[in-house]
Structure formats: structure tokens, C-alpha cells
Design a protein around this ligand. Structure first.
Ligand code: AMP
Length: 444
């Protein structure tokens, strides 16, 4: 299928071609025609699936025709959980809508000056991308008029609920016209998200995109168990020295530790920086720009701050700490393998955290290949269990990672190419075949 088969205006298909998009991703092929037909949509799709264009293309198609309604208020409103994601969505809208010369967009997020946002709202605006908190501030001051609103998009709705935005979202939805089209994207449509979605949509079409079906390249995933924090640091040193990474995002559980780790890596001579939610927005923006320009090679980030990072040159993701929520694993590793490139994601876990790893695997409905670095094996192994890796008791699998995509190079192995120093444990006794690619999947 081609973009021109989706019923988009030529101005937009041209911009997509220029952006290098040759064909729609699954979520785009399904969601765009349905949204263009005016349907409300509930879409379960992950970041990396091309979901942003899936809602922006129909939105921009609306904006390609001028409104006959008077007023300054937005015609399209996109709500996102984080500032970075909001900025990314606005940026994508400007790329896809570059030939809609009259189109005016605004990004209303916390941490940025009110003055600029107020000025943007004082003239007719077409597309507003906002985080719920800041949008509520503007609504309370009576600065937003939703009378012209044609389309409301909730992006990463599950995450917005996790972040406690439910009351804000309900209030925002209530303030918008009933005639609006509502499109909701979420990793899951179950539970509380599904209930909220029912309340705010009319006869919605449900679209579910399998987790593995995405627009990105292949991500090779690895899991390394460690005895303790020191051991994790030794593994990280090894990974950074041997992986041949171009740019790497390291995830840490706490804001304080992102700073500590970034400082430590800078002291070691890496061009490293941290990114977390307590940093002033201008500083966060500067850090992301430096990452995009390649000035920063290692970004140490928390989960919230890293959402929306879309930098195709990120070759590696390291989970220095496990994510608190299983679905964050998917978001984290989706920072690499973008724009059709391949990436590598390495997860470090203390042996005692095996149950958290299992929870992630249950969420993924697949297993992450467990490996070891020779000479840096954990002394304590995760206990035996139904989903445990097999291999010789007390020993380590000796299969070389034949995929050629392992992260490491191990001098003892004498090899220095990608994947040459990585040892994968033997196949799990009860699991699916542990072929070198069994843990690869498309970027999401
Ligand atoms: P998203 O899931 O919206 O965060 O998109 C993930 C990445 O895929 C972004 O880098 C997009 O620019 C890119 N992308 C989205 N749609 C396409 C497409 N049809 N062809 C190629 N790349 C795409």
C-alpha cells in the first residue's frame, strides 16, 4: 500500500515522500482511512509503530481545508503525557504539514514560559499539542476556546492515566464540543483506559496493532544478570568499551542516579549528560538538541524524561536499572532501532530481581535471551522456575552469538567484531527455541 492510496491530500503525501517515508506502517494503513472517514478510534499501538503519523495525517488533512468557523481556538488538540513527546509531535506535524503554509501550531507544556504560549493562543491556532497540566492552567485562565475543535487526540492515554492525569483529562474532554472526533492511542485498551475511552468516544472503531509489528529496525535484546551494583558497573564499563556504540541511552531508576552516573561517565572521558524531570525545561531541550546533533554520546535518563526521544543515531540502550513497569521496557528499548535502523538493547538485572524480569517477559509474551560475559559471570544465578533459562547447571552456555549482532567484543575470545564476545546461555528447557534471533523484534 502507498500513502496516496490512503486518501491523503497531495501536499501531505509529498511531504511524507520528502521525509523518506515510502509506505505506511500497519497502524497508519488501518487508522488513517478510518479517521479520514470521521470515525472515533481506539488504537492500541506502541511507540515506534508510526502512531504519531497515524493520528497526525488525518488531523492535518482536516487542517488542509480552512475552517469557516470564527474564533482563535484550536481545530485539533493532541494531549500527550510528557513535554518531550508533545514537542516531538509538534515537530512531526511541522514536517508532515510543511506545505500547509497557513497552519499555526503551539506546544503547551509545563516548564516553558507562559508568555510565549499566551501569545500563541491570542491568534487563530490550528493545532495545539499539550500536556494536560499546562493545558488546564490555560483553561482556568480562560485563554482557550474549544468552540472550533474538530478533533481530539489522546496519545499514550495509558501513560497519562498512570501519571495521574485522569481528572484533568475528564475536565478537558468535557470542555470540548460533543461534535468532535476522538482518537485515542494507548499501549493497552484494557482496564481503566478502556473504561475512560468508552466514556469519551462514540461507536469507536478498535484497531489493535501487534506489539511486534512496527516501523523500526530490528532490536537485538540481551539480558545480563549481576550480583550487585558494583558488578553492574563493571558490566556497563565493558559494554561501553566493547560495544562500538555510536550513541547510547542508559536508563536509571532515580533522578539522582542519572546525575551521578552521567558525572561518572563524563569523568571517564565520555561525552555524557543526564535527563530527568526535575531539570528546567530549557535545559532538557538543550540536552535533547545536543543528543540529536551528536554532541552527547551517552544520555543517562529516567523513564519519564526519555519518552518521545526520537533520535535515529541511538545505537544502544542499556537498562542499568530495571523499569518499574513492564511496559516501560518496550518504551525504553524503542529509543533505539528507529527509522529503520537496527539497535541493541542490553538489560542489567541483579539476580534477586529475576521476578521483575519475568514480569517483563510475561508482558512481552516472549523471553529475553539471557547472556553472560566471560569472566564477568554472576556468582548467584536466578532460581529455577518455569521460565528459567536452561543450560548446564551452574555453568554458562557456550554458544557464541551467531547472529553477529551481540553487543560485545570480548578480548579473551579474540574477536572484535559486533557480537563476537557475547555468550548466550543454552535454550530454555520449556521455552521457545532460543535461536540467536529469538529475542529480536522490530522496534517499538
Ligand atoms: P512513532 O511511533 O510515531 O514514534 O514513530 C517512530 C519512528 O518511525 C519515527 O522516527 C517516525 O519518523 C518513523 N516513521 C513513522 N512512520 C513511518 C513510515 N511510514 N515510514 C518510515 N518511517 C516512519
Amino acid at each position: 500500500m502507498q500513502f496516496r492510496d490512503l486518501g491523503l491530500p497531495a501536499t501531505i503525501t509529498r511531504a511524507l515522500e520528502e521525509a523518506g517515508y515510502t509506505e505506511p506502517t500497519s497502524v497508519q494503513a488501518e487508522a488513517v482511512p478510518a479517521a479520514l472517514a470521521g470515525r472515533d478510534l481506539l488504537v492500541s499501538a506502541q511507540t515506534g509503530s508510526g502512531k504519531t503519523a497515524a493520528f497526525l495525517l488525518p488531523a492535518l488533512t482536516k487542517l488542509s481545508e480552512r475552517s469557516t468557523m470564527r474564533g482563535n481556538g484550536p481545530r485539533v488538540l493532541v494531549l500527550t503525557p510528557t513535554r518531550e513527546l508533545a514537542q516531538q509531535v509538534e515537530k512531526n506535524a511541522q514536517v508532515y504539514g510543511k506545505d500547509l503554509r497557513w497552519m499555526r501550531t503551539a506546544c503547551l507544556v509545563g516548564g516553558s514560559s507562559f508568555g510565549f504560549q499566551i501569545r500563541a493562543l491570542s491568534r487563530p491556532i490550528d493545532l495545539v499539542v499539550a500536556t494536560p497540566g499546562r493545558l488546564m492552567d490555560h483553561m482556568r485562565s480562560g485563554r482557550i476556546d474549544f468552540s472550533r475543535l474538530e478533533m481530539l487526540v489522546l496519545d499514550e492515554a495509558d501513560r497519562m492515566l498512570d501519571m495521574g492525569f485522569i481528572d484533568d483529562i475528564e475536565a478537558i474532554v468535557k470542555a470540548t464540543p460533543e461534535t468532535r472526533q476522538t482518537v485515542l492511542f494507548s499501549a493497552t485498551l484494557d482496564g481503566i483506559v478502556g473504561k475512560m475511552a468508552e466514556r469519551m468516544t462514540r461507536e469507536p472503531q478498535r484497531i489493535e496493532i501487534a506489539r511486534t509489528e512496527t516501523s523500526g529496525g530490528t532490536i537485538e535484546e540481551h539480558l545480563l544478570y549481576a550480583d550487585d551494583l558494583n558488578h553492574k558497573h563493571r558490566l556497563l564499563d565493558h559494554i561501553l568499551k566493547e560495544s562500538g556504540f555510536d550513541q547510547c541511552v542508559i536508563f536509571s531508576a532515580t533522578k539522582a542516579y542519572t546525575e551521578e552516573l552521567a558525572d561518572k561517565l563524563s569523568d571517564q572521558g565520555y561525552s555524557a549528560a543526564c535527563l530527568h524531570g526535575d531539570m528546567p525545561q530549557s535545559w532538557r531541550n538543550r540536552t535533547l538538541n545536543d543528543l540529536r546533533r551528536g554532541r552527547i554520546k551517552i544520555l543517562v535518563a529516567t523513564d519519564v524524561a526519555a519518552r518521545g526521544i526520537d533520535v535515529p543515531t541511538i545505537t544502544h540502550v542499556v537498562n542499568f536499572d530495571l523499569p518499574k513497569q513492564a511496559e516501560d521496557y518496550v518504551h525504553r528499548i524503542g529509543r533505539t532501532g528507529r527509522a529503520g535502523r537496527d539497535g541493541t538493547a542490553i538489560t542489567l538485572a541483579e539476580s534477586k530481581e529475576f521476578h521483575k524480569v519475568r514480569r517483563i517477559e510475561q508482558y512481552l509474551k516472549r523471553q529475553i535471551v539471557e547472556g553472560v560475559i566471560e569472566g564477568m559471570e554472576p556468582t548467584r544465578r536466578p532460581p529455577k522456575g518455569p521460565r528459567r533459562t536452561g543450560g548446564k547447571p551452574g555453568g554458562y552456555g557456550n554458544n557464541r552469538n551467531a547472529s553477529g549482532n551481540g553487543y560485545g567484543r570480548d578480548r579473551r575470545e579474540g574477536g572484535y567484531g559486533r557480537g563476537e564476545g557475547y555468550q548466550k546461555r543454552g535454550p530454555r528447557r520449556d521455552g521457545p527455541s532460543s535461536s540467536p534471533r529469538s529475542s529480536s523484534h522490530r522496534a517499538d
